[in-house]
Design a protein around this ligand. Structure first.
Ligand code: NAP
Ligand code: HSE
Length: 430
């Protein structure tokens, strides 16, 4: 049996998870890889830190020890961040070493370049763990669903925000207190910006949409809104109207397949939608294909062992490829450059919450502002607020273009009876 040597860049949450999976499942891994796979060297930032879990490994803080080692044929990058991770992966591929990574930052930004570099050097660049942690989704998009024209891919791909929104639904707590709870439980980072402002989900949306639609979507193409603006009152209205609020990463083909739209935004999702039942830190990705119909992939989107499960599967795939010949491609099997559809063309329902004067004729003025902007209303609800003389109006629209809703909001702002547009959230009804 061939003995294949690998190196780990990073021995943190996921890196130590990979070491554990190899320790516990070594025999299964060898049988499935058709080769013995050994972690020879581990790169860390601080070699002086005591690390009992790395006893028996070569531990180094120099990437050169790995790049110059001809015995090492697989480099597993689990450091995170753009640099030096991107630089190390590029250099590993140029040194004709296969690369496996969980790094969504690098894959979203440089994935296309690294796939091409891998192909040029006759090696593989694998990134199953970059989206959805332990959930198999990259391989299904590259291989299992390749017979389909995918028209829609919708994911709950950030565990931290899904945990926070779930808590807000269950307890009526506000954003600040559920964020603190998520931080105390170790779900949200000390700097939670990438999670709560939707950037982590946007990177994953770019990766998913690139594979699903066979094109290249980068982070700057994704329209992003995070969850900071969601108030307990919005959650109450959502429940009353038969919805839950979820942070969704959405990719759709638009303009009859000639373009794609990719966005991340909080969404009113009908309670009956399969994604509405995905709660806590769990992730799920829902796909609509013209042959498969609807399919959903569900599981743990983060964590040491779930993420290590996906990383190790990529290592096995690469090792099997070295032993027997490759079958799984690095990137999408079919790539054409598609246009990114302008936000104004995108179509959705909207929830609009307004604080207004509580007097006769207000509802009529508001309905006229929507109607004159070609926005048709599905439902309207009026409630009295504690503020004397004020009422709150909640309108849910039918599907309209972003351009039409923007025009309607401008008209509403100009009405003297409208004090404030409190919130505008997309509604996923189709
Ligand atoms: P982590 O716990 O912060 O571990 C990072 C490791 O990389 C540490 O061992 C660190 O060394 C090492 N490292 C960082 N910068 C380095 C540098 N410049 N030179 C050498 N070593 C360096 O990170 P993680 O949570 O395991 O995440 C790793 C990757 O997996 C990231 O791309 C992340 O986005 C992705 N991911 C994580 C999860 C998750 O649940 N954690 C889920 C999906 C994907 P020291 O130990 O010396 O500091
Ligand atoms: N911060 C991410 C999340 C980790 O909360 O889902 C997994 O990528």
């Amino acid at each position: 049996m061939e003995n294949i040597k690998a190196a780990l860049l990073g021995a943190g949450t996921v890196g130590t998870g990979v070491i554990r999976v190899f320790a516990e499942n070594g025999a299964i891994i060898a049988a499935r890889a058709h080769a013995a796979v050994t972690m020879k060297t581990v790169l860390v930032r601080d070699v002086s830190k005591p690390r009992p879990e790395l006893n028996g490994f070569n531990v180094t803080d120099s990437i050169e020890d790995i790049l110059r080692d001809d015995e090492i044929s697989i480099v597993v990058e689990l450091m995170g961040g753009i640099n030096p991770a991107y630089d190390y992966m590029r250099r590993a591929l140029m040194a004709k070493k296969h690369v496996v990574t969980a790094n969504k930052d690098v894959v979203a930004e440089y994935g296309r370049e690294l796939v091409a570099l891998a192909e040029k050097n006759g090696v593989r660049f694998m990134f199953e763990a970059s989206v959805g942690g332990g959930i198999p989704i990259i391989l299904p998009l590259k291989v299992s669903l390749s017979a389909n024209r995918i028209t829609e891919i919708i994911g709950i791909v950030n565990g931290t925000t899904n945990y926070m929104l779930t808590k807000m639904h269950e307890t009526r707590a506000d954003f600040a207190s559920v964020l603190k709870e998520a931080q105390d439980l170790g779900y949200a980072e000390a700097d939670p910006t990438a999670d709560v402002d939707g950037l982590d989900a946007a990177r994953k949306a770019a990766i998913l949409a690139s594979l699903a639609f066979g094109t290249h979507v980068s982070l700057k193409d994704v329209h992003v809104t995070g969850i900071r603006g969601i108030k307990p009152l919005d959650i109450e209205y959502a429940k009353e109207l038969g919805y839950v609020i979820k942070l969704l990463a959405v990719g759709r083909d638009c303009r009859e397949e000639k373009g794609v739209e990719v966005s991340v935004h909080p969404t009113f999702l009908p309670k009956t939608h399969p994604l509405a039942a995905v709660n806590g830190v769990f992730n799920a990705i829902f796909i609509r294909g013209n042959a498969v119909g609807e399919a959903m992939f569900y599981g743990q989107g983060a964590g040491s062992l779930p993420t290590a499960s996906a990383v190790t599967a990529d290592i096995i795939e690469v090792a099997k490829g070295i032993a027997d010949g490759f079958t799984v491609p690095s990137g999408s099997v079919y790539v054409t450059d598609k246009k990114i559809c302008p936000i104004d063309d995108t179509v959705s329902g909207y929830y609009v919450r307004l604080l207004v004067d509580d007097k006769p004729g207000v509802l009529g003025a508001i309905a006229t502002a929507f109607g004159n902007s070609q926005v048709s209303l599905k439902s309207v609800m009026q409630t009295k607020r504690e503020v004397p003389g004020k009422a709150e109006i909640v309108a849910v629209t039918h599907s309209v273009s972003h351009k039409s809703i923007s025009t309607a909001l401008d008209k509403l702002k100009s009405l003297s009876v409208v004090d404030e547009i409190k919130n505008v959230i997309r509604v996923e009804d189709g």
